[in-house]
Design a protein around this ligand. Structure first.
Ligand SMILES: [Zn+2]
Ligand SMILES: [Zn+2]
Length: 441
């Protein structure tokens, strides 16, 4: 072996059939997710929705799909076990389930009233919507579909975070501006990516200088997805912690309960100072984690995630950083210091556990292998689950390392990094870009 450092073990490289074999369980989850999306698009009734809730909860626990027939008690105990590991969260799925049942019950009563009294049900629908603060309502889908209620409360904007959009009878209303984001209530859904635009939408609707409006933020029950969006808005607006935002919203709407994946994303949002910091190492890891899930299910990096592949630091258009990593053989710049993804010695970086890991510089990080972000010159990384990394210099093409989106790689220190894009230390040089520029001149 030409390398002096021990190479990390990529499971994928030893598996000739790695692409299909590595993605079985999660794929079935994705298939069931697609199936759910389709069924929701055509006449969803309450019974279906309750069924979906159970499905979502079991998916949150990583244990089920639509065909899972395990007793509910068993599913709950699993999710509760997982939930108990969440730091600082007082949510349990048992409680969430009970809240959701109550919301379902309120919705059922509301519908029954609607059948009996027609449009006069508007007052009853308010049971499924709450005023969080001046101009900001948080509620369920029924509320968003009740034209009388919308008129009565002078709603000017509706923000829908659901699996399917509102009917055209609502979106075509002349007095309401609507915005729709397709998000399912699953822990592995990336809802954080929408915070900036949802904050802007809510802010613009409420704080309109000419005519201050009223905005209704809703999902299907007004419990998880829409509550997450409202929490993010309050955190950003008032610079308050997740805990404080939860207190505020729960004081107005007790039945909120974002799923544990959304809670983790709100914690990340708080850690980043209530804005999306694309240079934050934790955020980079989170995005790569989400991108890897997409790669696993669709085998190609979809457009919302192409930004995880970073610009080539060798190009003149990219501002040079003080520290760069070069191919030892031809001196071509391969990565900048900021492309490095550090991990603690022997500790596997897992989402969301790495949220609570120490910041860079406060502990000793592993230096046995250089794990980096995917970079544009890794041409195969956007459409292959795994492969080798060669020097992009056509005259060099030295083998530098490997990548694996799904299986990940085992660092010599014992940490399993997934997804992994690594350069073998013996194949590259760490150098100062300014010094090298002087030498080149
Ligand atoms: Zn080279
Ligand atoms: Zn390591």
């Amino acid at each position: 072996m030409a390398t002096s450092a021990p190479a990390p073990t990529c499971n994928s490289t030893t598996n000739g059939n790695g692409i299909s074999s590595g993605s079985g369980g999660e794929d079935s989850e994705q298939i069931s997710k697609i199936g759910i999306g389709v069924s929701e698009g055509v006449g969803r009734n309450q019974l279906q929705s309750q069924g979906r809730d159970s499905i979502l909860m079991s998916e949150n626990s990583g244990a089920g799909n639509e065909t899972n027939k395990k007793p509910q008690q068993q599913r709950l105990s699993k999710t509760q076990m997982k939930q108990s590991s969440l730091e600082g969260s007082d949510f349990t799925f048992g409680r969430q389930n009970s809240w959701r049942k109550r919301i379902c019950e309120r919705t059922r009563r509301s519908r029954s009233m609607e059948e009996d009294y027609g449009e006069k049900s508007a007052a009853n629908v308010t049971a499924c919507v709450d005023l969080i603060e001046k101009g900001l309502y948080l509620g369920n889908k029924d509320t968003a579909c009740d034209i009388q209620w919308l008129k009565h409360h002078s709603i000017t904007h509706i923000l829908t975070i659901d699996s399917c959009p509102l009917p055209t009878k609502i979106t075509d209303l002349p007095f309401v501006k609507t915005k729709y984001l397709q998000v399912t209530d699953m822990a592995h859904e990336d809802i954080l990516q929408y915070f900036e635009e949802t904050n802007r939408f809510i802010q613009q609707s409420i704080c309109n200088e000419v005519i201050p409006g009223n905005v209704l933020v809703h999902c299907y029950y007004g419990v998880s997805r829409s509550a997450t969006i409202v929490l993010a808005y309050l955190m950003h607006k008032y610079n308050i912690s997740l805990e404080e935002a939860l207190e505020r919203v729960k004081s107005k709407r007790e039945a909120i309960g974002p799923n544990h994946g959304f809670i983790s994303q709100l914690k990340l949002y708080e850690k980043m100072g209530f804005h999306i910091d694309r240079n934050s190492p934790v955020y980079k890891r989170f995005r790569l984690h989400m991108a890897a899930l997409k790669m696993k299910s669709v085998k190609v990096l979809p457009p919302p995630y192409t930004d995880v592949i970073r610009p080539d630091p060798a190009l003149f258009s990219v501002r040079p950083e003080p520290v760069v990593y070069r191919c030892k053989k031809c001196r071509r710049i391969l990565a900048s210091g900021s492309n490095l993804l550090l991990h603690n010695e022997g500790k596997t970086p897992r989402w969301p556990a790495f949220l609570s890991e120490p910041e860079e510089g406060t502990t000793s990080f592993c230096t046995q292998m250089h794990f980096i972000e995917p970079i544009v010159w890794m041409r195969e990384a956007g459409h292959n689950l795994q492969g080798k990394l060669h020097c992009p210099n056509a005259l060099c093409k030295s083998k530098l390392g490997s990548f694996s989106w799904v299986m990940g790689c085992l660092c010599p220190c014992g940490a399993k990094v997934q997804p992994a894009f690594y350069l073998v230390p013996s194949k590259i040089d760490r150098s100062n870009s300014v010094l090298n520029l002087q030498i080149t001149l």
